[in-house]
Design a protein around this ligand. Structure first.
Ligand code: NAD
Length: 488
């Protein structure tokens, strides 16, 4: 079983109320494999208004009906069954997902699977521990507070980590008793459709987890729906703003936004250079730079700049040798997600050539697929687009600095605020800087890392709200206060 790849032609329907069903809307679109631009599916469904309404109706029925009667322990049992199903079933699903995401299947067995498994098991343990509060009757009233589920939630996901994102949103939503409709990115929807049925097999009632597919227009139907109470969105800043507007203009549904980044890695002269090189290169190369947490700005102390930059360039150049067929289990580096994304990256890099000094890469790799050379710029102009804005490709920009104050100012001089990394042996400096960096997550002697146990999310325009850890339970619940008059 584990060497199989599922057939994508079996996953061309919506997943509603526990079943794969034809979309009522008859519009479709095609999906291609970014390794060679061959067609994977010609007619992939686009969910329209009636499909989304149906999903919401089934979700409401499940929320008020069977799901509401599940005890916390029963919810945990479903999560545990799901984790055991994933042992066998996740890899074939990942392999199919890779056909359109271009994510190397080699990342599956350890990285992706561990991440997803940890997520499911982590939230399995929370179902009966997300307690409320109690206040004594000093004023004649006993007061207690319950954290209640919001009801019908929706997740609108990006193309770059479709399966991990599915679980990061579904697990805390379900642990707290909600139901959820997932809309994967139109570029990478296959794995999400296949994953959905595992929830049914694990004992979650039909309608608790559903999947609707389609582009931004389908996402917009969710964002503006009057019966959806929460959108958990991961994607670009521009789309995040539209979703927040749609939420405000419809029913003031709750919105969490996990958005883009232009994350700094800061290397001091006392850093362990080997460690700093490993983290910073991996931090921009992994998934061809298509990670929100990518370490795309590198600040190096002037006294070690020549040595560090030479070694960094060497590794970035050498990464070209890791390119290959993402469906080959030995290949580490794949293409970007599609021709459109490649074009965006190429345009940004071409513009960068007049704004900064190109020192590695700068071109498409090969001619048939959507591969972009690992690319490094140095000495950018202060207002260079390549330095200031997210590329979402394997492209980094290096700048040098002399003092801690100077580098803090440089690192914080941005509208992004997702993650940062500090590389130094000076613990006092690292702790001091961790409070001064304007980001949601700071790594010390590491970067581009997330932990399931701790909150993850961005400051400034990198996001609103926090996912991961206990914090994700808060964004899927609302407190209700009950006051008991003890004099009655
Ligand atoms: P995107 O914003 O283009 O699309 C994301 C999702 O939004 C897709 O499912 C898309 O169909 C949907 N969408 C598009 N227009 C919509 C609309 N008007 N209403 C509702 N939904 C709409 O993002 P992308 O290109 O898929 O992903 C890349 C971006 O995601 C990058 O900026 C990256 O940094 C960010 N990202 C952030 C995190 C994080 O945790 N902070 C994680 C992964 C990716």
């Amino acid at each position: 079983m584990t060497d199989e790849t599922l057939d994508p032609r079996s996953y061309t329907k919506l997943f509603l109320n526990g079943q794969y069903v034809e979309a009522t809307n008859k519009e479709t679109y095609g999906l291609k494999n970014p390794k060679d631009n061959t067609i994977v599916i010609e007619n992939f469904p686009i969910a329209g208004p009636e499909d989304v309404d149906a999903a919401v109706r089934f979700a409401e029925e499940a929320f008020r009906g069977p799901w509401s009667r599940f005890t916390a322990v029963q919810r945990t049992e479903c999560f545990l069954k799901l984790a055991s199903l994933l042992e066998e079933d996740l890899m074939p699903i990942m392999r199919m997902d890779s056909l359109t995401s271009g994510i190397p299947v080699s990342l599956g067995p350890v990285r992706e699977k561990t991440y997803i498994r940890n997520c499911v098991l982590y939230y399995a343990g929370w179902t009966d521990k997300h307690k409320g509060d109690y206040f004594p009757e000093d004023d004649g009233f006993v007061k207690f507070v319950r954290h209640e589920p919001l009801g019908v939630c929706a997740a609108i996901n990006p193309f770059n980590s479709p399966l991990a994102c599915f679980f990061l949103k579904a697990a805390p939503a379900l642990a707290t008793g909600n139901v959820i409709i997932i809309k994967p990115s139109e570029k990478t929807p296959l794995g999400s459709l296949a994953i959905a049925t595992l929830f049914e097999k694990a004992g979650f009632p039909p309608g608790v987890v559903q999947v609707v597919t389609g582009p931004g227009s389908t996402g917009a139907l969710l964002a503006e729906h009057m019966k959806i109470r929460k959108i958990s969105f991961t994607g670009s800043i521009a789309t995040g703003k539209k979703i927040q507007q749609a939420a405000a203009q419809s029913n003031l549904k709750r919105v969490t936004l996990e958005l883009g980044g232009k994350s700094p890695a800061i290397i001091f002269d006392d850093a362990n250079l080997e460690n700093a090189l490993t983290w910073t290169v991996n931090g921009i190369i992994t998934r061809s730079g298509q990670l929100c947490v990518a370490a795309s700005r590198v600040y190096v102390h002037k006294s070690i700049a020549t040595q560090f930059i030479e070694a960094y360039k060497k590794r970035m150049r050498a990464a070209v040798n890791d390119f290959g067929d993402p469906q080959d289990p030995n290949v580490k580096l794949g293409p970007v997600v599609d021709a459109a994304q490649l074009e965006i990256v190429k345009q940004k890099v071409n513009r960068g050539k007049s704004e900064a000094e190109l020192v590695v890469g700068g071109s498409q790799h090969g001619e048939t697929g959507c591969y972009m050379e690992p690319t490094v710029f140095c000495n950018p102009k202060d207002d260079a687009d390549i330095y200031r804005n997210e590329v979402f490709g394997p492209v980094s920009v290096i700048k040098t600095f002399e003092t801690e104050e100077e580098v803090l100012e440089l690192a914080n001089d941005t509208e992004y605020g997702l993650v940062a990394g500090i590389f130094t042996k000076d613990v006092t400096r690292a702790i001091r800087m961790s409070s001064e960096l304007d980001v949601g997550v700071v790594g010390i002697n590491c970067v581009s890392l997330q932990s399931m146990q701790t909150p993850f999310g961005g400051k400034k325009q990198s996001g609103v709200g926090r996912e991961f850890g206990e914090y994700a339970l808060r964004i899927f619940t609302e407190p209700k206060t009950v006051l008991i008059n003890m004099a009655a």
